[in-house]
Design a protein around this ligand. Structure first.
Ligand SMILES: [Zn+2]
Ligand SMILES: [Zn+2]
Length: 327
C-alpha cells in the first residue's frame, strides 16, 4: 500500500510504500476511495495535540470499500461501502463508555492521530467503529461528512433549538451545517475573517440570512453560535452576539487561548461549551438525515501525493469547501 506518512512533527508528509496491513479479528481492511482533509489534521501535523502516534498516517474522513475482514467481523461484508470517522475505538468499560458518552472515553483511539488513518490507499480499522454508507452517492462528496458533517451535527445539537444561529468560520463544517440548520427552519448568520469577501460570498450560496466579518455585529442578536475556527478571540466576540441565555459552542479540538473578557459578556445566563469527538449514535443519526436534507458538499479533490499542498491550502484559508484526497 502507499501512504502519506508523517514521520516527525513539523515536517512534511512523505510518500511511503508499506506492506498491505492485515486486519486483527475485529478489524477490517478498507481500500480508500477518498479521504477528506480536516483542520484537525493540521493540528496533528503541527504537534498541537498531545502524544500522536509517530510515524502516523493522518486522515479521518475516510470513504472506501471493505477488502478484507477479520474472523470476528459479522456486521460488515466484503465490498461494502463504508465510512471511517475520527473515533477509532473506545474501551467500553470506563464510566463515560457506560453512560452513553463514548466520545469522552478515558482510553480512546483516534483515526489519523493515535492509529493510522486514510491518507493512504488502504486503512485498517476496528469494525465496530466503521459504518455502512449509502451506495448511490459520490465518494469525494461524501468524505467531508465523516468529520465536518458529524462534528458539525453534534455541535448543532449542542447549540440547542434556537432559531437564529451564528456560524464562526465558514469552511467545511459550516457549509454542511448551514444546510442542515436551514432545513430545520433556522436562520443562519455566517461570520468569516474580517474582509474575506470571497468567503462571505461562498456562505451566501448556502442560504444564510447574513454574512459578514467576525468583528461585525449581526443585524439581530443570535440565540446561539458555533465556533468552527480555531481562534480563541472568537469566544468573547460570539458572546457579544448572542442574546440573554444564549449559548456559544466551541466545535474545534484545538483553539488559540481565549483572551480575558469582562464578566458581563457571560452574565445573564449565557453559556460556553465545547464539543469533543463523536459517538456512534451521532453518526447513525446524522447519516439518516443526509438524504432527507439533500446535503450538497463543495469539495476540492487532490491526488493523495499532494496531501502537503492540500494542508497548506487549508492552513492559508485558500479553500472554499473541503479538500479531499484521492489515492
Ligand atoms: Zn471508555
Ligand atoms: Zn476532523
Amino acid at each position: 500500500m502507499k501512504a502519506m506518512q508523517l514521520r516527525q512533527l513539523g515536517e512534511p508528509l512523505v510518500l511511503t510504500e508499506l506492506p498491505d496491513p492485515r486486519p486483527a479479528p475485529d478489524e477490517v481492511r478498507v481500500r480508500v476511495a477518498a479521504c477528506g482533509v480536516c483542520r484537525t489534521d493540521l493540528h496533528v501535523v503541527d504537534g498541537e495535540l498531545p502524544n500522536p502516534k509517530l510515524p502516523i498516517i493522518p486522515g479521518h474522513e475516510i470513504v472506501g470499500r471493505v477488502e478484507l475482514a477479520g474472523e470476528n467481523v459479522d456486521t460488515l461484508r466484503l465490498g461494502m461501502r463504508v465510512g471511517i470517522p475520527w473515533l477509532g475505538a473506545t474501551c467500553g468499560v470506563c464510566p463515560y463508555c457506560r453512560q452513553d458518552a463514548e466520545n469522552l472515553c478515558d482510553r480512546p483511539l483516534f483515526t489519523g492521530y493515535t492509529r493510522d488513518g486514510g491518507y493512504a490507499s488502504h486503512v485498517v480499522a476496528d469494525s465496530r467503529f466503521v459504518f455502512a454508507l449509502q451506495e448511490d452517492v459520490d465518494d469525494v462528496a461524501t468524505a467531508p461528512l465523516l468529520c465536518a458533517g458529524l462534528i458539525g451535527w453534534r455541535s448543532l445539537r449542542m447549540a440547542g433549538e434556537g432559531k437564529r444561529i451564528g456560524l464562526y468560520g465558514f469552511g467545511a463544517a459550516a457549509h454542511i451545517i448551514a444546510q442542515v440548520a436551514r432545513w430545520q427552519g433556522r436562520e443562519v448568520f455566517a461570520f468569516t475573517r474580517s474582509g474575506d469577501v470571497a468567503a462571505q460570498k461562498f456562505a451566501r450560496k448556502f442560504g444564510v440570512s447574513w454574512a459578514g466579518g467576525s468583528d461585525e455585529r449581526p443585524p439581530e442578536l443570535l440565540d446561539c453560535a458555533i465556533i468552527f475556527a480555531p481562534v480563541g478571540a472568537l469566544v468573547p466576540a460570539a458572546l457579544k452576539a448572542v442574546r440573554k441565555g444564549g449559548r456559544v459552542v466551541c466545535a474545534g479540538i484545538h483553539m488559540s487561548d481565549i483572551p480575558s473578557f469582562p464578566y458581563k459578556l457571560l452574565w445573564e445566563e449565557r453559556q460556553i461549551i465545547s464539543v469533543a469527538s463523536l459517538t456512534r449514535h451521532d453518526a447513525t443519526e446524522f447519516f439518516a438525515l443526509v438524504p432527507k436534507v439533500g446535503i450538497v458538499t463543495e469539495t476540492i479533490p487532490y491526488p493523495l501525493e499532494q496531501a502537503n499542498e492540500a494542508l497548506a491550502d487549508l492552513r492559508n484559508g485558500r479553500l472554499q469547501g473541503a479538500a479531499v484526497l484521492v489515492p
